[in-house]
Unconditional design. Structure first.
Length: 276
């Protein structure tokens, strides 16, 4: 082959390599746009939920949001606690929450009293499903200690203990929910049996907390707070408005209530336990 021919071949190969490199860069850029677009969309969804929950919540407290009677509470599988009048089985409001989650606290301040009222009036069965959402410290340990203590609390005082945990929620980034305080708060509400303190200090319900986290994943929980009516995730505005919650419950009345975890909303598994 002549020197001129060799040069032409080399230039052609170089051109081909440059074309392949350019195509590869274009594919990477398209992929990056898709990935970033998905992240932004997820962030927007989360932001909408947080804004809806936080709207007009300033100044409200747990003590003045509802001062009426409470429906009886009973324990259910996966660490859940159901609050309902005898014989009331539907509609079912499932409340997935983490005691360390600020948005969950804001939701409780906004519609927690309405949930209690709906259960007390026999208009709904409210099922609290606390679990461990956070995976980074100190949030993770705070979440686990609080969820463990809630699982240790007697059913008869559980709802009041639930409210106390949110009222005492530590600031994000601070270590909180120490076992001594968790035991002290329970004693203030009537949990004076030494078995409660032993359960808290010995983390005796951690397995239950992990099962609750796994169940949340199976149910399609993708963020907290997460409310479902008869197994279907509610719209964000319901999380921030007592009136919207009442309307949604009225609309759901009479619809069949599926078994826990039977309906998925397309979310991903979260929490300390496996998603299977």
């Amino acid at each position: 082959m002549s020197e001129q021919g060799s040069g032409t071949t080399a230039r052609r190969r170089l051109g081909d390599e440059r074309a392949r490199a350019a195509a590869a860069r274009e594919r990477r850029q398209r992929l990056l746009v898709v990935v970033l677009g998905g992240v932004v969309a997820a962030a927007v969804v989360i932001a909408v939920v947080v804004v809806a929950v936080s709207r007009n919540s300033g100044g409200e407290t747990f003590t003045d949001s509802y001062d009426g009677p409470l429906a009886p509470a009973a324990r259910e599988p996966f660490g859940a606690v159901a609050m309902a009048r005898p014989g009331v089985t539907a509609p079912v409001v499932d409340v997935y929450e983490d005691f360390q989650c600020p948005a969950c606290k804001a939701m409780e301040q906004r519609i927690g009293g309405t949930l209690k009222q709906l259960a007390a009036e026999g208009r709904a069965k409210v099922v609290y499903r606390p679990f461990q959402l956070f995976q980074q410290e100190p949030l993770m340990s705070n979440s686990r200690r609080a969820a463990n203590a809630a699982a240790c609390a007697p059913a008869g005082m559980w709802v009041r203990y639930h409210d106390k945990l949110f009222a005492e929620q530590p600031v994000e980034g601070d270590r909180g929910f120490g076992n001594a305080r968790l035991v002290e708060w329970g004693a203030e509400l009537g949990a004076t049996d030494p078995a409660f303190a032993a359960c808290v200090n010995g983390s005796q319900k951690i397995d239950e907390v992990e099962k609750a986290s796994a169940q949340a994943g199976r149910a399609g929980v993708d963020a907290t707070p997460y409310l479902a009516l008869n197994g279907q995730k509610v719209e964000p505005e319901v999380l921030g408005s007592p009136d919207e919650l009442k309307k949604a419950v009225a609309k759901a009345a009479g619809a069949p209530a599926p078994a826990p975890g039977a309906t998925r909303s397309g979310g991903t598994a979260i929490g300390g336990g496996p998603a299977a």
